[in-house]
Design a protein around this ligand. Structure first.
Ligand code: ATP
Ligand code: MG
Length: 396
């Protein structure tokens, strides 16, 4: 066995640096987004030039895979260092709200990690915020909180980061925010007070073919050895990604195609490998996953999709979906199953990755826990259409 391990660990690969294609990797350059990075920097310039407490809030919005997260992370790496050069202390901290779903969890993590305030259990959110403000005041520093997938956190919670400190003795907040959200979900996040607080809304457009040529050229160069990607293969990937205007689409195709080349022990990527890789990758959720679903699971998927689409919301709960599910069953002449069974279908869908389910405490944990359901990668409309087609096909 040792030999096989060694062969594949040291053996040839088409990759020069595979990890540059991983999701969390942020490249040193973000071609075609220079203007937006400059704009973001200008928005936060007052933090380095003005004295005292105030808050700058910027939203970055747009469709999937167009550099929202990357721009924010790029800025986060550099802004505090530049501020330090002019004698200003700025913390810039990133939270993905799929991971940190509540104001409390963000506050606790912040205080522990950056301000050495421990054992915050038992403290209310307001007490935690007050502690945070005290620390920032003491150091005459600012905090830029990057909230990615901010719609998951919700408008009220976001507002309290910038709003509640004002009600304290400190006057104005020292907390600024960068709110990142996909376009469709951004509106569900906004309430009147929050939109009044947003100083700049940077709306990114999708990448066109020219953009993708430059971006994917740069990323392929980082990831692959010479002569792995021919001009034909490169054009093929660019044109697939141009359809969705999504840079991640191209990057993930490159990644999977490279993996296939390694598996087949070839030193270059073929057009067929690109076609195979395409089938793995967003935005086309692998159709075989859906085709394997049982009838009841298809009903549940349709119910989720319809509800999210109808009410234009980012996530929903089991109880709400159940109501939609009953209607779908009726339409298909079936009796709805009990909620216990229904929940099992939800679990299956979560396991296949079609939906995303997170259990979160209600009322600070005092009122138990509830499951929140959302669609990760596939638009509600597409999911509904695909499932309906499969149901129809199965009936024939
Ligand atoms: N201008 C660019 N130059 C180089 N790589 C880029 C650029 N824009 C995006 N990418 C890469 O494309 C992928 C998707 O970008 P990113 O994660 O920033 O998208 P997003 O807009 O946050 O998408 P989502 O809404 O799905 O979170 C990442 O791997 C990122 O590194
Ligand atoms: Mg993102």
């Amino acid at each position: 066995m040792g030999d096989i391990v060694e062969k594949h660990l040291t053996g040839d690969s088409v990759f020069k640096e595979e990890s540059t294609l991983f999701r969390e990797y942020v490249p040193d350059k973000l071609p075609r987004r220079e203007k937006e990075i400059a704009r973001l920097t200008r928005d936060f310039k007052p933090l380095t030039s003005k004295k005292g407490a105030f808050s700058v809030n910027v939203a970055i919005i747009g469709n999937a895979g167009i550099g929202k997260t990357s721009i924010a992370k790029y800025f986060m790496e550099r802004f505090p260092k530049s501020a330090e050069k002019v004698g200003k202390k700025v913390y810039c901290v990133y939270y993905n709200c799929y991971t940190y779903r509540t104001k409390s969890s963000i506050l606790r993590h912040l205080l522990n990690k950056y301000f050495n305030v421990f054992s915050t259990r038992g403290f209310s959110d307001n007490e935690l915020l007050s502690d945070l403000m005290k620390s920032l005041n003491k150091q005459d520093s600012h905090l830029i909180l990057i909230l990615d997938e901010a719609n998951v956190l919700g408008g009220e919670d976001i507002l309290s980061f910038i709003y509640i400190p004002e009600a304290f003795e400190f006057g104005q907040s020292r907390i600024s925010t960068i709110l990142i959200s996909r376009l469709t979900e951004f509106n569900s996040l906004l309430n009147v007070q929050l939109s009044e607080r947003i100083h700049d809304k940077i709306q990114l457009s999708g990448y066109n073919e020219d953009d993708l040529r430059e971006i994917l050229g740069y990323r392929a160069e980082l990831a692959f050895k010479n002569n792995v990607v021919s001009t034909d293969v490169f054009d093929q990937v660019v044109s697939i990604a141009a359809n969705t205007q999504n840079a991640r689409h191209g990057i993930e195709i490159f990644y999977h195609a490279g993996k296939i080349a390694d598996q087949e022990e070839l030193s270059y990527i073929t057009p067929e490998m690109v076609r195979k890789a395409k089938a793995y990758v967003y935005p086309e959720l692998r159709s075989s996953v859906l085709e394997e679903l049982k009838e009841q699971e298809l009903f549940v998927s349709i119910a989720i999709a319809r509800h999210l689409k109808k009410d234009n919301i980012a996530h929903t709960s089991i109880d709400e979906v159940y109501e939609f599910y009953k209607i779908v069953c009726e339409e298909n002449g079936e009796t709805p199953q009990a909620k216990v069974t229904f929940r099992r279908h939800i679990d299956v869908l979560a396991k296949t990755g079609i939906i995303y389910k997170v259990v979160e405490p209600v009322g600070g944990g005092k009122r138990g826990r509830r499951s929140i359901i959302t669609l990760q990668d596939i638009p509600a409309e597409v999911l509904e259409e695909k499932c309906t087609n499969i149901l129809e096909k199965n009936e024939k």
